[in-house]
Design a protein around this ligand. Structure first.
Ligand code: GCO
Ligand code: MG
Length: 411
């Protein structure tokens, strides 16, 4: 089965997505997600100029061999652009293999280890009242776990607070933190002391209102120093978090030893990691509890399965990144992995907008708080190429942060 055609499709139904579409001489079509939020066109060029010419004529069945060929022959290994491009090829080949075998990908990965994947949604509010409403809305939508992000008194705009309440509905309801369409990134403000004083009071209020059973998560979004992260983790212990995510910038992994010495709040890290070499030590030293790597930014289904199997040896579980910048294709890819592995933990599920769901038709289901990739052969996602063509790429940037004195801070 030979790869006969390879196209890179860029579409922006609710936000930008980059999709690789492979076609074989036997007529099977495979899709792969190569979306790198805010830097999309770099991956488009990498794929079009350097990868597509290498794929034509290859045996579509050789997933591992093609992965190793693209990784090793580039010489300049790793990095988000390279690994998102390789991820797209890997996913598309798994999709094709599933279609050729007439099986959903999870069957090829060993079969289902559970009936569905527990998902968490993004509850947020500028104040406690809005936050409570948002948590209730998520519960009504079926979520059994929620991430809690809150406004901080004295700060105007911060990461993770929905601009529009979900009750207001509308296309953009979940897209509160897209790479915002426009020629320049939006500026947000930040103050770690204010945040650290405020956050435990919010979790206390949420626990009092919603009781002890609701799993609660929080994303620190890489903003604290090691000692600040240790202090925050400790101060959140009474509220029994499911996890505290990205408590420190991911580059400095030694920091996690210090955090770990001081707190038993479970830690989740890995959404910006691209290869096993970024997370190997965090796993083998048991410095985290959940691996956040995403199929799209981690080189695809093959390495995602490998890193989760490695983590399983240390009783560390999966918690794959799943905001709307992971396309429906990348999302489906990690649902298949999540269903198959033994050490599944939780899956972030932010939900795509209506236009995105029209362009990407998906077999995935979300019922009673559980996700399932569906039983269509392959990944279970079809791309409406003509529909995609109606929404051309729009320049977009992620926001960034400045402290009150003007210093740029981690976003
Ligand atoms: C998350 C992430 C996202 C990122 C986004 C950047 O936990 O969902 O932190 O919200 O900010 O993926 O493109
Ligand atoms: Mg995050």
């Amino acid at each position: 089965m030979i790869i006969e055609r390879a196209e890179v499709i860029v579409t922006s139904p609710n936000r930008n997505f980059v999709t690789l579409r492979l076609q074989t001489d036997e007529g099977h079509v495979g899709l792969g997600d190569a979306t790198l939020n805010g830097r999309e066109m770099a991956v488009v060029a990498y794929l079009k100029d350097h990868v597509v010419p290498l794929l034509l004529g290859l045996d579509a069945h050789k997933i591992e061999d093609t992965w190793q060929f693209l990784y090793r022959s580039s010489y300049w290994r790793r990095g988000p652009v390279t690994m998102a491009a390789i991820a797209a090829v890997d996913m598309a080949l798994w999709d094709i293999k599933g279609k050729a075998a007439n099986m959903p990908v999870y069957q090829l990965l060993g079969g289902a280890s559970r009936t569905g994947l527990m998902a968490y949604g993004h509850a947020s509010g500028v104040d406690t009242e809005q936050l409570f409403d948002s948590i209730r809305q998520h519960q009504e939508l079926g979520y059994r776990s929620v991430r809690v992000q809150t406004g901080v008194p004295g700060l105007k705009a911060i990461y993770g607070i929905a601009a529009q309440s979900m009750l207001d509905g509308g296309e953009e309801r979940y897209d509160h933190e897209p790479a915002r369409r426009g020629p320049k990134p939006a500026e947000e403000d930040w103050d770690t002391q204010k945040y650290m004083r405020h956050l435990p009071t919010v979790f206390e209020a949420v626990r009092n209102e919603f009781g002890p059973d609701l799993p609660l998560l929080h994303d620190g979004h890489h903003r604290m120093t090691p000692i600040q992260a240790a202090k925050l983790g400790k101060s959140l212990e009474p509220y029994d978090l499911f996890w505290l995510e990205d408590c420190t910038p991911a580059e400095n992994q030694d920091a996690l030893r210090l955090v770990r010495q001081h707190t038993i709040t479970p830690l989740a890290i890995g959404e910006i990691f691209n290869t096993i070499w970024d997370i190997q030590g965090l796993i083998s030293e048991q410095l985290i509890d959940y691996v956040r790597t995403a199929s799209t930014h981690f080189g695809g289904i093959s390495p995602l399965k490998k890193v989760m199997d490695f983590a399983a040896q240390y009783q560390i579980k999966s918690g794959c990144h799943g905001p709307t910048d992971i396309s429906p294709v990348g999302f489906a890819a990690q649902l298949h992995v999540g269903l198959a592995i033994h050490n599944f933990g939780i899956q972030e599920y932010m939900q795509h907008g209506t236009r995105t769901n029209e362009v990407f038709q998906q077999s995935m289901t979300f019922e009673n708080g559980l996700l399932h990739p569906g039983d269509q052969p392959g990944l279970g996602v079809e791309l409406d190429v003509d529909g995609a063509g109606k929404y051309p790429y729009e320049q977009a940037y992620l926001p960034f942060n400045r402290l009150s004195d003007g210093t740029v801070h981690d976003w």
